[in-house]
Design a binder for this molecule. Sequence first.
Ligand SMILES: NC(=O)C1=CN([C@@H]2O[C@H](COP(=O)(O)OP(=O)(O)OC[C@H]3O[C@@H](n4cnc5c(N)ncnc54)[C@H](OP(=O)(O)O)[C@@H]3O)[C@@H](O)[C@H]2O)C=CC1
Ligand SMILES: O=C(O)[C@@H]1CCC=N1
Length: 266
Amino acid sequence: MNFKTKHYQALMIGCGKMGGALLRQWIRSEAVHYTVVDPTLPELPNGVVGYDNADALKSKKFDIIIIAIKPQMVETILPDYANLLSEDGFVISMAAGCSAERLQTALKTRAIIRIMPNLPSFIGKGVAGLYASPECSEAQKAVSLDMMELAGTAVKVDSEDGLDRITAIAGSGPGYVFEFARTYVEAAESLGFSREQARALVLGTIVGTIEMAMDSDDDLETLRNNVTSKKGTTEAGLKALNADMGLSQKLKQTVDAAYNRAIELR
Ligand SMILES: NC(=O)C1=CN([C@@H]2O[C@H](COP(=O)(O)OP(=O)(O)OC[C@H]3O[C@@H](n4cnc5c(N)ncnc54)[C@H](OP(=O)(O)O)[C@@H]3O)[C@@H](O)[C@H]2O)C=CC1
Ligand SMILES: O=C(O)[C@@H]1CCC=N1
């Protein structure tokens, strides 16, 4: 933990689904004090100060500016905040795809940490990527890593392209998993279960299976084979699911499409 060495003032610009999820975990450390600006201010955790516009901040300085608005809004919104960063301050951006260069231009500063969190950060089980521009100090990198580890686990990457690839796997990943779970529940309903029963059966099965895999040294193929009796029910189900490699192709197309979109957002 590098928080101990200093007390930080942080400004979060935008506090929607992802910013709000991270903030919920970040406030567990008292080393950083958070101020939020968002036109539709959500209910904020205790101790967080919120404004619906930046007017009240004009004479303030922040050690960290956190970007939690959409990547498409960076050029319109951020220039108003360029004077609010302290001289040795730095920026943490979660805006998907948006390059450090765009942020450097919009905020007139060099030290940029790009993060790619995911939504399970809400419960402290996020998986995040972290990239630091060469101008960031070791202390800035360390504090950012501490913050991400409050919300789950973090993987450091040494290129922005690496972060865009993490976006396609982990940033967007919960969306794929929710969609898989949603269609699985629909399929369970088609076998006669109520929505409530189907949800309990499907989510319970997914959680148990994933926790077992996380606990195991066996590869995923072996674990799958442990469920699959010769000429049994699972074999029949799996044949329908992926014998033609349809699922494999779909998932490849899925991550490629997300990665390509991150490239477009650069
Ligand atoms: N959702 C996710 O799972 C992930 C999102 N991200 C990134 O996080 C960022 C935010 O995404 P997400 O939380 O999903 O989106 P949200 O729309 O939920 O959050 C964005 C917030 O910014 C607010 N906002 C709009 N205009 C301004 C302004 N002028 N000043 C301050 N705040 C403003 C929005 O308010 P209003 O609603 O009123 O417009 C909204 O509350 C994006 O860059 C995205 O790429 C990264 C990883 C995962
Ligand atoms: O869909 C998006 O663009 C954002 C980034 C990753 C998850 N949500």
